[in-house]
Design a protein around this ligand. Structure first.
Ligand code: ATP
Length: 224
């Protein structure tokens, strides 16, 4: 209700026309950040405040599960070397193939992207004509140049600190973390695309305060 009041003050004509048509408009936020910056932690904090989070990576993982058309196409291209003994995708092996060869990476993208776009749109469509705050958690948002959001939130963390957290909390090898970072946009490139930067260099309590500020900003966004 508070959200609607705020929107009413900002865009009276739009609000009235939506009232007349009985429609609301969702707010769509792109959430991104470097590896280990804290995207998932921030996404969970948004979800606690009532946002619906669409996690791009987990949709990819679902699409690549054994038995899916995407999985079948990948195995038909790369063979059994990308399948583990339990029948699931060997992500390490796939990563080692595509990290070293841009042609193979393009093939992977050509297999996965169309199905991914359809699935994300299907999930998004559920919330059209509602006043849901929809948060798209997309690690490579800046790299793929995805647009069309009401706002882009970037979680920012000094790369050295991100490596530290990934190694200590997640058990990722330092070299691996640095290699993945080198394949992503730089901190500066990401911040340049941000409408709102959430700083995550402090404690978790500091982060909660940052997220609260960001949430207030999201709620104040005018409808498109
Ligand atoms: P990835 O790029 O691998 O998906 P991510 O950007 O989603 O990572 P998170 O998983 O949210 O990042 O955070 C990385 C690690 O840092 C996690 O173990 C998380 O619990 C921890 N973390 C996040 N924020 C803080 C903080 N402010 N203080 C300490 N640890 C934190």
């Amino acid at each position: 209700m508070q959200l609607k009041e705020q929107r009413r003050n900002k865009r009276p004509e739009t609000f009235v026309s939506h009232l007349a048509s009985g429609l609301s408009e969702m707010i769509e936020i792109g959430l991104t950040g470097g590896i280990g910056s804290g995207k998932s932690t921030v996404a969970a904090m948004f979800a606690d405040r009532g946002a619906v989070v669409l996690d791009s990576d987990s949709v990819v993982r679902e699409l690549q599960a054994p038995g899916t058309p995407v999985f079948a196409e990948m195995v038909s291209h790369w063979g059994d070397r990308i399948v583990q003994n339990d029948g699931t995708l060997d992500r390490q092996e796939l990563a080692s193939i595509v990290f070293e060869d841009p042609v193979e990476l393009q093939i992977l993208n050509d297999i996965v992207h169309p199905a991914h776009a359809i699935e994300m749109e299907k999930r998004r469509a559920i919330y059209v004509d509602t006043d849901t705050i929809l948060v798209f958690d997309i690690p490579l948002l800046v790299e793929v140049g995805r647009g069309g959001f009401d706002g882009v939130v970037v979680v920012d963390l000094e790369p050295e600190k991100a490596v530290e957290r990934l190694v200590s909390d997640r058990g990722i090898e330092e070299g691996d973390a640095r290699r993945r970072m080198a394949n992503q946009a730089t901190r500066e490139e990401r911040i340049e695309k941000a409408d709102f930067v959430v700083e995550n260099g402090g404690t978790r309590a500091d982060l909660a305060n940052e997220v609260e500020r960001c949430w207030e900003w999201i709620e104040s966004l005018p409808e498109r």
